[in-house]
Design a protein around this ligand. Structure first.
Ligand SMILES: [Zn+2]
Length: 289
């Protein structure tokens, strides 16, 4: 059974660690994430972007695949299925499809409209026991062209959105999605600290966590990050292994080609779970069946 990510992140806040959100793109990625979480006895959040949802034939297909796979693989650790950077319509589609967590990315709306839509979704999610992530400021990325520094959110705006009743909050602290440019200046721990001071118990989210060094991640977790989104590092592991495997042109069967690619992704997930200090934390949830 899928669970909301709210309890996971409350526990992470109290225990000073971070839960990983690993984005999935197909069956192999889902299998890699679920198997590793189970092996590491770690709670996990599976992230699905709207593009990935479309690619996987819609959110219902994704939700049903994840639930069926959890049953087949006998997954006992807490798993949340989360919409990543959801549009207003996308949020409702995922709620309908059976997701247990959503992110409403209203960062492109004027602040008043972002607040109104977020408030509405807070009510809907609360009623259904689904967790809700909001974003303050805008977290840039490759599609925005080369940037020297990701945006830093205004701590007062963070506090205002946190007070709307969302379960966790993504705030820009200089992070961006995808690969960091050569002149990137690093995460702003000063901004993170200021946001943390104002938002208190609200778990904070680091997007684009793939390209941060292990030291940066450790420091961010120490200050108050409780959810870290990983996508690029898994992509790289997958495609590098796939290219290597396909050099052997005699290989034809997916069930021969894919397992080593899944293993390569599992290595990344395992390392991140260790780094976020979430390994073994499923034990905090009591016995599940
Ligand atoms: Zn993101």
């Amino acid at each position: 059974m899928l669970v909301s990510a709210a309890e996971m992140l409350k526990k992470a806040k109290a225990g000073h660690y971070a839960v990983g959100q690993f984005n999935i793109n197909n069956l192999e990625w889902t299998k890699a994430a679920l198997l590793t979480a189970e092996e590491c006895k770690s709670p996990i959040i599976l992230g699905v972007s709207e593009g990935a949802g479309k690619y996987m034939c819609g959110f219902k297909t994704v939700a049903d695949m994840v639930k069926a796979m959890m049953e087949e693989l006998k997954i006992t650790v807490p798993v949340a299925l989360h919409l990543d950077h959801g549009t207003y319509d996308g949020c409702y589609k995922c709620i309908e499809a059976g997701f247990s967590s959503i992110m409403f990315d209203g960062s492109h709306y004027p602040i008043d409209e972002n607040v109104a839509k977020t408030k509405e979704l807070v009510e809907v999610c609360r009623e259904k026991g689904i967790s809700l992530e909001a974003e303050v400021g805008s977290i840039g990325g490759e599609e925005d062209g080369v940037v020297g520094m990701g945006e830093c959110a205004d701590p007062k705006e963070c506090k205002m959105v946190a007070d709307l009743g969302v379960d966790f909050l993504a705030a820009g602290i200089g992070n961006i999605h995808g690969k960091y440019p050569a002149n990137w200046q690093g995460l702003s721990f000063e901004t993170l600290d200021a946001i943390q001071q104002l938002t208190g118990a609200m778990p904070l989210v680091l997007h684009g966590g793939s390209n941060n060094s292990d030291e940066e991640i450790a420091e961010a977790v120490k200050i108050g990050i409780n959810k870290i989104n990983i996508s690029s590092d898994i992509k790289v592991a997958y495609y590098e292994k796939m290219r290597e495997v396909l050099k052997d042109e005699s290989l034809r069967e997916p069930n021969i080609i894919q397992p080593s690619c899944i293993a390569a992704m599992q290595k990344v997930v395992e390392h991140k779970l260790e780094l976020f200090r979430t390994t073994g934390k499923a034990a905090l949830y009591g016995r599940r069946s």
